[in-house]
Structure formats: structure tokens, C-alpha cells
Design a protein around this ligand. Structure first.
Ligand code: NAD
Length: 255
């Protein structure tokens, strides 16, 4: 996109957001692309394609052969969790929340980068890959403990009761966490602007939330590289990188 037309779209978006009182952000894998985590869709999915998503991201397969997930996790941990840091887009959203304008970040991401950037109200629809649960006693564990257990046995077991551990992420074939979904629906329903950042908007039911905002009279602004099914009904679409657009957008809103 030519610089001039991008600038004018960002200015228009800032104008729409300036008057808003209950903004909500809805983020997907694209916001973390500039942190070095490839998206599934769009360019650069190499990290994921070494393994079969029908196996590592599917609850039925996890039940059958949990070791497949843990081998995948062991392999991607460095690029996915250790090397990735929040980028300027995550930081811009945290800043917008501190200013009182942004009420929540609803995210499909499982990387924890919004919290690391300083966002306080993050509604994680698909869980968090740094958190783990014992399937027997339901104790929650962090990465350090589970990494140690993973060196000792595959699949790793609970240090409390010996039960099998699982990641606290929503795998295909599972329901979204009820409380988080309820809060996200409420935030989307009452938002006057929903800012979608880096999502292909094809994973349901999460992708239905921006539609809910529009049905209740709110505006939809999309910042995404590439098309989404809601481009035609959005108030504004900016087809450009999140880390480039968001700091400018938030900067202009403050003027
Ligand atoms: P997606 O992979 O379906 O879509 C991401 C979109 O972002 C694509 O349209 C892509 O073109 C666009 N994009 C790429 N780089 C961008 C950039 N710099 N700025 C703006 N947009 C950019 O992601 P999704 O819609 O979030 O859904 C896929 C599922 O994959 C989710 O359920 C999520 O849990 C999971 N996922 C998460 C992560 C993560 O936590 N970082 C990474 C990969 C996949």
C-alpha cells in the first residue's frame, strides 16, 4: 500500500476511535508475526508445517498419542516462547488500555505476549501455551515445572499425583472456556468500536465476535495483512502490518 494512502487510512481510523468510549481489540496470530511467531495462514508458516496440525492440535489425537504434542512442543518452544518478545503493536494496545479507552483485549493467541506488553484485561479464548493442567487433580503448572517433567518422562506427569499433564490450550474438538467466552461476548456486545488486528477471521466461534459488535451498533476496524470475510462490511479496513499501523494509530488518537 502506498505510504500516502496508508497514512490517510490510519488518520481515518484514529478519527473513528477518538470518539469511542468502549473500545475492544480482537487479536489473532498476525499481531505476533513481527515478534517472530509465524501465523498459520498467510506467509511464513514454516514453524508449524513440520508437524501435522491434525495431530498436535486435536483433542482426539492428543488422547490417543499425547507424546506427539509434547515432541512438537519441545521442538517449537524456543521460537514460540523463549525468543518471542512483544512488539510495538502489543505495546500500543497496552498503552490504549492505560489511557482508559480500551476495555479489553480478546485474543485467539496462546503466546502470552499481550500480558508481557502490559495489557491487564486479556481474554484468552484459546488458552495459553505457557500454562499446563494435571488431567487427574487439576493442579495448574507453569512452564519451568513442566519443562523439567518433560525431560524426565514423555508424556510428562504431575509432580503432585502422577497424573498426565496437558497444555491449557483449546484443541480442535474442544469447547472454548465458558467464563472467558461469556466475558468476551459481553465486551464485544457493548463495544462501540472493535479493532481487529492480525486475524484471518475464519476460526469460529471466535470470529463471530466482531459481527456481534456490529449487530449492536458498534464499528468494525480491521488491521490485517490479507483479506478477511468481514472486509466488505467493516467500517474501515487497513491492509498493512500491525506493528507499523498500531503505534501510529494510538499516537494520532492521543492528539
Ligand atoms: P491466522 O493464522 O488464521 O491469521 C493470521 C492473519 O494475520 C492472516 O490473515 C495473515 O495474513 C495476517 N498477518 C500476518 N502478518 C501480519 C502482520 N504483521 N500484521 C497484521 N496481520 C498479519 O490466525 P488467527 O485468525 O489468529 O487464527 C488461527 C489460530 O491459530 C488461532 O486459534 C490461534 O490460537 C492459533 N495461533 C496462535 C499463534 C500465537 O499465539 N501467536 C500463532 C499461530 C497460530
Amino acid at each position: 500500500m502506498a505510504d500516502k494512502s496508508l497514512q490517510s487510512l490510519i488518520s481515518r481510523a484514529a478519527g473513528l476511535c477518538r470518539g469511542a468510549e468502549r473500545m475492544v481489540a480482537f487479536t489473532g496470530a498476525g499481531i505476533s508475526a513481527d515478534s517472530g511467531i509465524p501465523t498459520y495462514r498467510g506467509a511464513g508458516g514454516g514453524l508449524w508445517s513440520k508437524y501435522d496440525p491434525d495431530k498436535y492440535a486435536n483433542i482426539n489425537y492428543f488422547r490417543k498419542d499425547p507424546s506427539y504434542y509434547w515432541r512438537f512442543f519441545r521442538d517449537v518452544r524456543h521460537s514460540f516462547l523463549d525468543a518471542a518478545r512483544p512488539n510495538t503493536a502489543h505495546e500500543a494496545l497496552a498503552q490504549l488500555e492505560s489511557s482508559g479507552k480500551l476495555k479489553a483485549v480478546i485474543t485467539q493467541n496462546i503466546d502470552g505476549l499481550h500480558q508481557e506488553a502490559g495489557s491487564a484485561r486479556v481474554l484468552e479464548l484459546h488458552g495459553n501455551t505457557r500454562r499446563f493442567l494435571c488431567q487427574q487433580c487439576a493442579t495448574v503448572f507453569g512452564l519451568t515445572v513442566v519443562w523439567e517433567r518433560l525431560q524426565a518422562s514423555l508424556p510428562p506427569t504431575c509432580p503432585e499425583c502422577g497424573g498426565e499433564l496437558r497444555p491449557d490450550v483449546v484443541l480442535f474438538g474442544e469447547m472454548l472456556p465458558e467464563t472467558v467466552l461469556r466475558e468476551a461476548v459481553e465486551a464485544a456486545r457493548t463495544a462501540d468500536v472493535i479493532l481487529v488486528v492480525g486475524s484471518s477471521l475464519v476460526v469460529h466461534p471466535a470470529a463471530g465476535l466482531p459481527v456481534l459488535t456490529m449487530e449492536h451498533g458498534g464499528r468494525l476496524i480491521i488491521v490485517n495483512v490479507g483479506e478477511t470475510p468481514l472486509d466488505g462490511v467493516a467500517t474501515l479496513k487497513i491492509d498493512a502490518g500491525a506493528a507499523e499501523v498500531l503505534p501510529q494509530l494510538v499516537g494520532l488518537m492521543a492528539q
